[in-house]
Design a protein around this ligand. Structure first.
Ligand code: ASP
Length: 404
């Protein structure tokens, strides 16, 4: 059986199993969760985390040291960032319009009890920008901070270009290291169907029905906005003559893992593998833009922040003035770049957007209870956006090379 089929099946069976546990056997859920589902899910996630940092670092070095002209690195970065911002804005508009039409905040009755969840504190944008520069390369590797790893790799690539021939032994060493990590990744991926099954069934089994019912419009609205953006991506690809069916087929395992784990970082190793051997993307484009997108590209976060801000405004009967809308738009796009690729990262960033727009933070505690339920969908979109933009860049580059 192909990996994509196995992952899809394990998602479906995991959801059914979770529902059965939730509805018929709620008493055994805590024990099963603690002793079986969480450890199995964690073994898989930790295995993936093990390969992510060396994989990103070595593929950037391998991919970029083959580009002769270092100006190209700057050009590629500019192109991909402009694609990111363009598609982020589309996602944001979809989030705003869906929330405005569905009015999910009006569907929730009085908010006298906002649950027991604490409101998490977000990181400021300036702190985030400064933190991209690691104080030493090993800090980047050991903290697993993707942007720091990319930053370090790019500095190394510049160094390699400046050194010239003397850097050849280092590049050969990294190439060999890269091959080894690729093989380890394949071993870890063999665990993915079991890991995904454990993670998704535990999400469904532990979900409180009451809170889901109370926030049903919020959940439906978010999933709807995310689905619209998935359709938009499919259309953009079709317009650019990048076969959507080839795209969806090639990256199916990646998308299954993104949905099941709710972590863009966890989907990264599979995304690189699918890009090269499934989609047949150019090596340097895949090894540059997919890690970069894993760190930065979050259409799901744009939708979440826009949708959530409007939800909170509706909940507290706050009139949306143009200045509030502008604050939401700008902060949501900026915040989407700094949302980490781990489960629940979006909720941490909500306070930044709500504070920027002058909206009350109390709404966060309310929606935190159902966050994991929408997180899989958000992550799926984040990863679809990442690889779709990489395929667009791949096409753009191929065209530019031909016309040169
Ligand atoms: N879980 C998402 C991701 O990994 C981030 C989020 O919480 O929105 O992409």
């Amino acid at each position: 059986m192909k990996l994509s089929t196995k992952i899809t099946l394990s998602l479906i069976v995991g959801i059914i199993f979770g529902v059965i546990l939730n509805v018929f056997f709620p008493t055994i859920v805590p024990g099963l969760e603690q002793y079986v589902l969480t450890p199995v899910g964690q073994i898989f996630l930790r295995g993936i985390q093990f390969v992510v940092v060396p994989l990103v670092f070595t593929s950037l070095i391998v991919g970029f040291s083959s580009i002769k002209n270092s100006d190209n690195v700057g050009k590629l970065t500019l192109k991909i960032l402009s694609l990111y911002i363009f598609t982020n804005i589309i996602a944001l508009i979809i989030g705003l319009v869906t929330a405005q039409i569905l009015q999910p905040g009006k569907a929730v009755d009085a908010i006298n009890d906002t649950g027991t969840q604490e409101v998490p504190e977000g990181q400021s944008i300036i702190d985030w920008l400064v933190s991209i520069i690691p104080t030493n390369p090993f800090e980047a590797f050991s903290s697993g901070n993707m942007l720091q790893v990319i930053f370090t790799a790019i500095l190394f690539v510049i160094g390699i270009h400046l050194v010239g021939d003397k850097a050849t032994p280092f590049v050969s060493f990294v190439e060999s290291f890269h091959k080894i990590i690729e093989k380890i990744t394949l071993i870890v991926l063999k665990l993915s169907p079991i890991g995904v099954f454990a993670l998704i069934s535990s999400v469904i089994a532990t979900q409180g029905f009451e809170i889901v019912q109370r926030l049903i419009m919020y959940i439906i609205g978010l999933i709807l906005a995310i689905s619209i953006m998935l359709v938009v991506y499919t259309l953009i690809l079709a317009i650019l003559k990048i076969s959507p069916s080839h795209f969806w087929k090639s990256f199916l395992p990646t998308f299954g893992i993104a949905f099941g784990t709710a972590s863009s970082n966890a989907a990264l190793p599979v995304a690189m593998e699918n890009a090269k051997s499934g989609f047949r993307m150019k090596q340097e484009i895949a090894s540059f833009s997919i890690p970069l997108g894993t760190a930065l590209k979050r259409d799901g976060a744009c939708i979440l922040q826009a949708f959530n801000a409007l939800f909170v405004a509706q909940l507290f009967d706050i009139n949306l003035t143009p200045s509030i809308i502008i604050a939401i738009v700008i902060s949501a796009v900026v915040v989407s770049f700094s949302t980490a690729g781990v489960p629940g990262a979006g909720i941490i960033m909500m306070s930044t957007v709500l504070t920027a727009a002058g909206l009350p933070l109390e709404g966060i505690a309310l929606v935190a209870g159902v966050d994991r339920l929408t997180d899989g969908f958000r992550t799926l979109l984040n990863v679809v956006g990442n690889v779709a933009n990489a395929t667009i860049l791949d096409k753009w580059e191929a065209k530019d090379t031909k016309s040169r």
